[in-house]
Ligand binder design. Structure first.
Ligand code: FMN
Length: 204
């Protein structure tokens, strides 16, 4: 059976993004083996002095780490290994301040690893993740689907670019404008469920 990793950051009570990810799980739980990573409970380590230097020295400089040093990178490495082990990837998150919540960005910083998920070549970076596909599920309060806000959406393009860097083609199902269009918010969420269903048929 194929494997799906769901990375979810939906801390708000009655989260709309959670409704989308719950629907995805309900539709597909019998068709794929799901691993659920709840980023509100298992949070990646921010890259600070100690772990950042170990990461750079290991991944770019080829330094062998001792057990103690491995332990320091263990949490983020585990998240990267989860990604390497999966066939499909679903990342669910709201938009915060036109971009990703810091916790989600920390997950991106944990899994985009030189020599593991991408490599640098003379032609530029090359993805090392083969035969994977990703889906981004995102909601926002304002309408980032049309201008003038569309070009200020740094959330989904950032994820698409980082997954692309690792060689993972990505699709996004966005519900943009939940607070801006309260009268049709429910309808927009229902439409997103149809899109999730279509994508699920394509994947599984
Ligand atoms: C800290 C924070 C920052 C936010 N920043 C934005 C933003 O930049 N643009 C926007 O349209 N909505 C923004 N919102 C609104 C959320 O993206 C929106 O309400 C979303 O649907 C929340 O998802 P949830 O229901 O899963 O919590 C922000 C909300 C919070 C709590």
């Amino acid at each position: 059976m194929n494997k799906t990793l769901i990375i979810s950051y939906t801390p708000r009570d009655n989260s709309n993004t959670k409704k989308m990810v719950d629907y995805f799980i309900e539709k597909n739980k019998r068709k794929t083996r799901i691993t659920f990573l709840d980023l509100t409970e298992e949070t990646p380590d921010l890259l600070l002095k100690e772990n950042l230097n170990l990461y750079v020295n290991r991944n770019f400089g080829g330094m062998e780490l001792n057990d103690e040093q491995h332990k320091i990178l263990y949490k983020n490495d585990k998240m990267m290994n989860q990604l390497l082990a999966t066939d499909f990837l679903v990342l669910a998150s709201p938009m915060y301040n036109m971009s990703l919540p810091a916790t989600v960005k920390a997950w991106v910083d944990a899994v985009v690893q030189a020599g593991k998920t991408f490599e640098s070549t003379e032609q530029g970076p090359k993805g090392l993740c083969e035969n994977k596909q990703a889906l981004v599920l995102m909601t926002s309060g304002s309408d980032f689907g049309t201008e003038p806000l569309k070009s200020m959406n740094f959330a989904t393009p950032l994820l698409t670019a980082c997954f692309g860097l690792m060689g993972i083609p990505t699709e996004a199902i966005n519900v943009f404008g939940i607070q801006q269009y309260p009268d049709i918010a429910e309808e927009m969420l229902e439409t997103s469920k149809n899109e999730i269903e279509l994508l699920s048929k394509k994947w599984y």
